[in-house]
Write a protein that binds this ligand. Structure first.
Ligand code: HEC
Ligand code: HEC
Ligand code: HEC
Ligand code: HEC
Ligand code: HEC
Ligand code: HEC
Length: 417
């Protein structure tokens, strides 16, 4: 790359400033020169100004010029040291600034590159297989205090909406209107499932159990049902939700009974068991500004639901066995990562598989899901600022400036869409 002379000059300036701040002898020499002059180091005096020029001999004149130069370097030096201090302290999107710059290639790194050091994904951490579901603080309590920062967004968040009671989904009050074949089951539906692509219908039967209707509504733009699937012969399935859906569409499922503790996704599914002392020290709560840098923990947390092709070794079910935030998902949940390289898989599902593989198998610590996704803002705006890595090519051109993003359709045999 061609370096402009201005850049070269800046570089020299910065380098000599750095040398300067670490060279105490030089500092002493300049201080003594300043004392010899016995004149305040005012810029005005040192330079021309309106007053008569200082009575200085040639030797002193040199000294003044030199002091000028060194003073400037001192300032740059101070600026650089300040930024070093700032550097150790600031974070960019949950990553220390140093790491961030390493990933952009701006700073060189000695740590292994992704793909170089395959690791055993199960070789760390704990799991809760065979243990009881822990006690946790429920979302209502969290939202009592977090009603202003989190509350408003939560009502629109896909995680919060994934299973809703009839009365909390006014937009679907009349969804069965005009569907004669569904008239008999319509009054039995007391919960809705899905919010963006598909609508499913549930009814509560006993503690922590749902029956699920085979009928589906396909949602179009504007989130209205644009097509009905299996509307002619509606039938309730008593086992399917517990056996195939519960772990990812409800909260804290007891592996023995397959009953959920709460319908829909509670704060617990991502934040885990939250210590109520956390208002005094936010590092006590996972995903707070002071505790969101452990790539493996973040990835395990999101992947417990977003790897929709895995299987629990201990239960054989298609969702994890009693995963509690802080656990290592991969001790019990088994996933075939080879699909990550399958170009026919849509980028929506593939980038998740790839990202999890990089972190869990290859020990990469960047990017993670939250380098690109902002859960409580329900968007991926962050991703535009992320340093460019191989994962970007799943949806973008590999060469040249990034434009737009490939359109894709997310599908899942497990979720039946
Ligand atoms: C391993 C976890 C997991 C299991 C098990 C699971 N799902 Fe899902 N489901 C997800 C995730 C994650 C999404 C969101 C995916 C996305 O949008 O990319 C989802 C999305 C959906 C959606 C689409 C919601 C929308 O409107 O976009 C429906 C409907 C759905 N699942 C139904 C089911 C049903 C029915 C079952 C059981 C037969 C089931 N899922 C089992 C994780 C799971
Ligand atoms: C699907 C996972 C998920 C669920 C469920 C979830 N959160 Fe979060 N939460 C996150 C992530 C991830 C962050 C970190 C912010 C970021 O980088 O996106 C976060 C950050 C926060 C923060 C800090 C806000 C900030 O600006 O950094 C608060 C407070 C919070 N969550 C409260 C809640 C409450 C209360 C609930 C339940 C109503 C909840 N969360 C449910 C994933 C989740
Ligand atoms: C008694 C009130 C109260 C309850 C209950 C409560 N919180 Fe908090 N929470 C706070 C306060 C106060 C803070 C500190 C706010 C700050 O400094 O930004 C905080 C901070 C947080 C943060 C870190 C915010 C940040 O800036 O990074 C998260 C995440 C969080 N709470 C999640 C939860 C979750 C999840 C629950 C429920 C399990 C919960 N809180 C329950 C009052 C509460
Ligand atoms: C307990 C299961 C579960 C966990 C944990 C979970 N998700 Fe989800 N996620 C879902 C389901 C289910 C949906 C689809 C909900 C629907 O539309 O009905 C979803 C939807 C999404 C979507 C698409 C919706 C949107 O608002 O853009 C994104 C992105 C997403 N999740 C990212 C994450 C990230 C990042 C994490 C980890 C911090 C995470 N999820 C943790 C189950 C989960
Ligand atoms: C490099 C950035 C990046 C990383 C890392 C990343 N994502 Fe994404 N993801 C995106 C972008 C961008 C989209 C497309 C969003 C859109 O269409 O607005 C997306 C889409 C999704 C969707 C589909 C949303 C939908 O429309 O249904 C889900 C779910 C999701 N990501 C979850 C995850 C999870 C879980 C992880 C971590 C294992 C992850 N992502 C890692 C950038 C990323
Ligand atoms: C899962 C698919 C997906 C991945 C992975 C992804 N992007 Fe995107 N990207 C999109 C989509 C879709 C859009 C357009 C809508 C949007 O901004 O959400 C987009 C838009 C952008 C834009 C704005 C482009 C424009 O024309 O305005 C930039 C910049 C960008 N992405 C950068 C990145 C970088 C950098 C990465 C890797 C760290 C990345 N993307 C990874 C899907 C993706």
């Amino acid at each position: 790359m061609r370096q402009s002379s201005a850049t070269a000059q800046l570089y020299t300036e910065v380098r000599s400033s750095l040398e300067f701040i670490f060279d105490l002898d030089r500092l002493k020499m300049i201080a003594s020169k300043a004392l010899q002059l016995r004149t305040p180091l005012s810029r005005e005096k040192l330079l021309h100004a309106k007053r008569p020029p200082l009575q200085v001999d040639a030797n002193q004149n040199d000294s003044i010029a030199e002091i000028e130069v060194w003073m400037r370097r001192l300032k740059i030096g101070a600026l650089i040291s300040a930024s070093f201090v700032l550097f150790a302290w600031i974070e960019i999107d949950g990553l220390s600034a140093r790491k961030y710059l390493q990933h952009t290639g701006f700073l060189r790194t000695a740590s292994p590159q992704p793909g170089q050091k395959p690791t055993d994904p199960a070789a760390w951490g704990s799991n809760h297989v065979g243990k009881p579901v822990p006690d946790f603080v429920h979302g209502d309590e969290c939202l009592f205090c977090h009603r202003n920062d989190i509350g408003p967004g939560w009502q629109k968040n896909a995680h919060g909406l994934t299973v809703r009671q009839h009365e909390d989904a006014p937009e679907w009050k009349d969804v069965f209107k005009g569907q004669a074949s569904l008239a008999s089951v319509a009054p039995q539906v007391d919960y809705f499932m899905g919010s963006r692509h598909r609508l499913r219908f549930l009814k509560k039967e006993g503690y922590g159990k749902f029956w699920i209707l085979n009928t589906q509504g396909e949602l179009g733009p504007g989130r209205q049902v644009q097509k009905w699937i299996d509307a002619q012969n509606p039938a309730w399935d008593k086992e399917k939700f517990a056996n195939r859906c519960a772990g990812c569409h409800s909260t804290a499922v007891d592996p023995a009974t397959k009953a959920f503790t709460g319908f829909g996704l509670d704060c617990y599914t991502c934040h885990g068991v939250v210590n109520l002392e956390h208002p005094n020290d936010i590092s006590l709560v996972f995903l707070s500004k002071k505790q969101r840098s452990d790539a493996k923990l973040i990835t395990s947390t999101c992947a417990q639901c977003h790897l929709r092709m895995g299987k629990s070794r201990s239960t054989g079910l298609p969702y994890p066995n009693n995963f509690v935030q802080g656990d290592n998902l991969f001790q019990d949940y088994q996933v075939d990562f080879s699909k990550a390289d399958d170009e026919s898989l849509n980028p929506g599902d593939r980038h998740i598989l790839k990202n999890v593989r990089e972190v869990a198998l290859n020990g990469s610590d960047f990017p993670t899901c939250i380098s690109c996704h902002d859960i409580h803002k329900s968007n991926s705006d962050k991703h535009r600022r992320a340093p460019r890595t191989a994962i970007c090519n799943d949806c973008h051109n590999a060469e040249g400036p990034i434009k737009g993003g490939k359109a894709y359709k997310v599908i899942s045999a497990l979720c039946e869409y």
